[in-house]
Ligand binder design. Structure first.
Ligand SMILES: Cc1cc2nc3c(=O)[nH]c(=O)nc-3n(C[C@H](O)[C@H](O)[C@H](O)COP(=O)(O)OP(=O)(O)OC[C@H]3O[C@@H](n4cnc5c(N)ncnc54)[C@H](O)[C@@H]3O)c2cc1C
Length: 385
């Protein structure tokens, strides 16, 4: 099957699945900040969340391009991939750097849905975007690591069995490079909660199931270490391009959803005896947002192709994420303006998606940090931080 046919099939399949989860489903969850368990289960049962897991471990062995199509279609249908995308973007770390025992032990169970790998723990309250300075420590004592510290904004921790956790295993004053000394642990949350790990939910402006984690001498078996000790930052960076591409695709999905809804409303709504969409003042913001979403999509496709061919794609992945997050936010604003007062009414879903898509200019990486990457690594300007 050609890539074009495969993507067409994937889009049709995800769209069909999403039809069972209409606006009312997401709206009701949003109101009570509920987790979309039924949706995530359906997506898992249909095999979509195992897209990146190799066939030998029970997945479908697809590339990031295909995974991005799946997430795009979820957002395009009015849903929110934020509930389940982490499994896709943490997968590369386990595949590339996990031991055979870890892969054999976890991947088939993740593919079947028996285990959920939906939590990724990097961010900390005091160090923010300055990841190399993170302070949560893991000190080896015999056959365990003892983990102490705090993480913030760790999404879906309450709805995941496993957490890929970035910790400091060597103090910053004992490392040669500031990127050394961090490690990745695959923590079994089912054993950790109540035995040194406390999870505190954080209520945010959108329904995102994010939390704060407190590690108080949590003991994690040493065989939970992914790859080599001290190389965690490199593994983290390795996975970031996939994450950027997947988030860009979600933003493209959001952007297309906003544009479709705004266009329909502008055609239907009659004021002053004609459709509001007949006014250029209403048309142009929607048309401009469309242009920008489509341009962002091209960069996302290019980045995904490079990624799946194993070629360097840091510049493209970062640019795709920035362009797509900007474009979906622009489309969200255009939709609110087009809907007028109704843009603010919960029953129209525009305000919900508006809140949801706003996140992507800040997380998983903020726009400024992407610009610093482009300035330094693409243009050769001096490092600014
Ligand atoms: C809902 C939600 C879900 C999240 N989920 C996860 C998750 O699952 N796992 C996880 O690990 N993290 C998660 N995050 C954290 C997210 O990745 C961070 O919030 C994000 O990377 C920004 O870090 P910060 O909030 O510490 O901002 P800060 O680093 O404090 O930055 C604040 C502002 O200052 C700007 N800034 C900082 N330094 C510079 C500089 N040198 N130059 C220019 N501008 C600068 C930033 O761009 C930003 O706009 C989530 C966040 C949110 C809000």
């Amino acid at each position: 099957m050609s890539d074009v046919e495969l993507h067409k099939d994937l889009r049709a399949g995800v769209r069909e699945l999403c039809r069972s989860f209409p606006d009312t489903y997401w709206r009701e969850l949003d109101a009570r900040r509920g987790y979309p368990d039924t949706f995530v289960r359906a997506l898992t049962d249909a095999g979509y969340l195992a897209a990146l897991i190799p066939e030998e471990f029970g997945g479908s062995g697809l590339g990031v391009a295909e995974a991005s199509v799946i997430l795009e279609e979820i957002n395009r249908s009015g849903g929110n991939s934020g509930a389940c995308h982490a499994q896709m973007y943490t997968m590369g770390t386990l595949l590339r750097h996990g031991s055979d025992a870890q892969k054999r032990g976890y991947l088939p169970a993740i593919a079947s849905g028996e285990l959920r790998l939906q939590a990724f723990g990097v961010s900390e309250p005091t160090t923010g975007s300055d990841t190399t300075q993170l302070k949560t420590t893991a000190v080896r004592k015999g056959d365990v690591y003892v983990v102490r510290g705090q993480k913030i904004w760790i999404s879906r921790a309450e709805h995941s069995d496993l957490l890929l956790l970035v910790v400091r295993t060597t103090p910053p004053d004992q490392v040669k490079k500031r990127t050394d000394g961090l490690s990745m642990l695959l923590v079994d949350l089912r054993k950790a909660v109540g035995h040194g790990l406390t999870i505190r939910p954080i209520r945010t402006m959108m329904n995102h199931a994010t939390t704060e984690l407190f590690f108080d001498d949590l003991e994690v078996p040493v065989d939970a270490l992914v790859g080599e000790e001290g190389k965690g930052f490199r593994y983290l960076i390795d996975g970031l391009n996939a994450e950027r591409i997947l988030i860009a695709a979600e933003c493209v999905g959001d952007g297309r959803w906003f544009i479709e809804r705004a266009t329909k409303y502008a055609n239907d709504r009659v004021v002053f005896g004609r459709p509001i969409g007949q006014n250029q003042g209403v048309q142009f913001p929607i048309a401009r947002a469309h242009v920008n979403v489509e341009a962002a999509d091209l960069m996302r496709i290019r980045a995904a192709e490079l990624f799946d061919r194993g070629e360097p794609c840091g510049a493209e992945a970062n640019m795709a994420k920035l362009l797509a997050a900007d474009a979906s936010w622009e489309a969200a604003n255009a939709a609110v303006q087009t809907f007028g007062g109704f843009g603010f009414a919960e029953d129209y879903d525009i305000e919900r998606k508006f809140r949801e898509t706003r996140l992507y200019s800040v997380a998983p990486i903020s726009t400024n940090l992407i610009l610093t990457y482009v300035a330094e690594h693409v243009l050769g300007l001096p490092r600014s931080y």
